[in-house]
Design a protein around this ligand. Structure first.
Ligand SMILES: Cc1cc2nc3c(=O)[nH]c(=O)nc-3n(C[C@H](O)[C@H](O)[C@H](O)COP(=O)(O)O)c2cc1C
Length: 357
């Protein structure tokens, strides 16, 4: 399995949804970095299940236990290892998917790839639960980045057909970053909350699910970072963001919409500010030109698909009998993954960024 990411700061993720524990080893962190564990818990609580009506009702404390790499709250330079125990599993809910793969989930492809030996319970290693590891690593790394002037924030850009106000592409205020970093239903415009929640409520009652988009901004990134052709900013960020289960698309800056505009609209004109710093008037390039940071905020959006596990009956196959069959998925699933994915996408961005510095 390719469950490790990064060269400078390498994270290695392990665990299965219904095994004893999940965990992460972070190798290559600088020593002497103070880590505020309350802030780590705060970030993990934003992703944890059972905290919002748009998410699964399954309660899980998601308290990481640090095994090494941290002494008196300061990094030692040794690999930082943490485990998070699985305390609330109901494997019986997954009985029918052992042989009948869920449409839209990884059950069928994992069965092919691992010849049926993979742990299917709760989605096994493919479960969204594994992203608790990313949020842990991200929460540690974000504190190190913050000390170097780099801040990261994300919000729910859309759910179904309802939209939050987008980020101002040339940059957002420190107050907005701070507020969003504490939110479980992170919106630029809190007045849109009812409209976005209504999209989830409408599908939940039918046993269906809905997708959406998470928008993320990285501010304070120095200009001139990135290793084209294949180690560019977009390459590295995309690579880890696609590691987040349910992400099916990513766009930077004006993205796909930019392809419908003309050059004179899409080009970002340069200027010197009052301190002689080079900036651009707009940020359609999303902070990277030729894969190298321009000094403008890195701005990207990740498309999250509707949750695969739905209770509405769908067609599938029975791998044992070789017959076509039907499946209605049981268990406690997120009717919408977008809410919980916000802190995961921020964490993924942090892990990508520290590896580019
Ligand atoms: C935070 C989070 C929670 C998730 N919860 C669920 C869930 O409850 N049910 C489900 O079917 N998929 C859930 N997923 C998505 C699946 O893990 C994912 O769709 C599956 O592994 C297949 O991978 P793919 O969609 O990237 O192709 C979740 C993903 C994340 C990031």
């Amino acid at each position: 399995m390719g469950s490790a990411f990064g060269n400078k700061v390498k994270i290695s993720v392990f665990g299965e949804s219904h095994g004893t524990a999940i965990g992460v080893v972070i190798d290559g962190l600088p020593s002497g970095e103070k880590i505020d564990m309350d802030e780590v818990y705060r970030q993990m609580a934003r992703r944890a299940p059972g905290n919002d009506k748009t998410a699964t009702p399954r309660k899980e404390a998601d308290k990481p236990e640090i095994l090494s790499g941290l002494l008196n709250g300061v990094t030692t330079g040794a690999p930082l290892a943490a485990v998070i125990y699985n305390t609330n599993t109901r494997s019986a809910d997954y009985g029918n998917i052992m042989t009948s793969p869920r449409p839209g989930h990884s059950d069928y492809t994992a069965y092919l790839r691992y010849e049926g030996y993979n742990d299917v319970r709760g989605g096994g290693h493919f479960s969204g639960r594994l992203t608790a590891n990313l949020v842990f690593a991200g929460a540690v790394i974000r504190q190190i980045l913050k000390r170097r002037g780099i801040d990261i924030a994300a919000h729910i850009y859309s759910i179904g057909n309802a939209y939050d106000s987008p980020f101002e592409p040339t940059g957002i205020s420190a107050e907005l970053i701070e507020r969003l970093n504490g939110e479980k239903f992170a919106l630029v415009d809190p007045e849109k909350e009812d409209e976005l929640r209504a999209q989830v409520d409408a599908v939940r009652v039918k046993g269906d699910s809905v997708g959406g988009i998470v928008e993320c901004i990285v501010q304070g990134m120095p200009a001139g970072i990135g290793e084209p052709m294949f180690g560019g900013v977009e390459n590295v960020i995309s690579s880890i963001v696609f590691g987040v289960p349910a992400v099916k698309g990513i766009e930077f800056g004006s993205g796909f919409a930019g392809s419908h505009s003309v050059g004179s609209e899409n080009n970002d004109e340069f200027y010197y500010d009052e301190n002689g710093k080079v900036l651009t008037k707009t940020n359609n390039h999303g902070g990277a030109l030729g894969g190298i940071t321009s000094g403008m905020p890195i701005l990207f959006r990740a498309a999250i698909k509707p949750t695969a596990s739905i209770s509405i009956e769908q067609n599938t196959i029975d791998l044992q009998s070789g017959e076509n069959t039907k499946l209605s998925v049981k268990g406690r699933h997120d009717p919408c993954i977008v809410t919980r994915a916000v802190s995961v996408i921020e964490a993924a961005a942090a892990i990508a960024v520290i590896n580019m510095l």
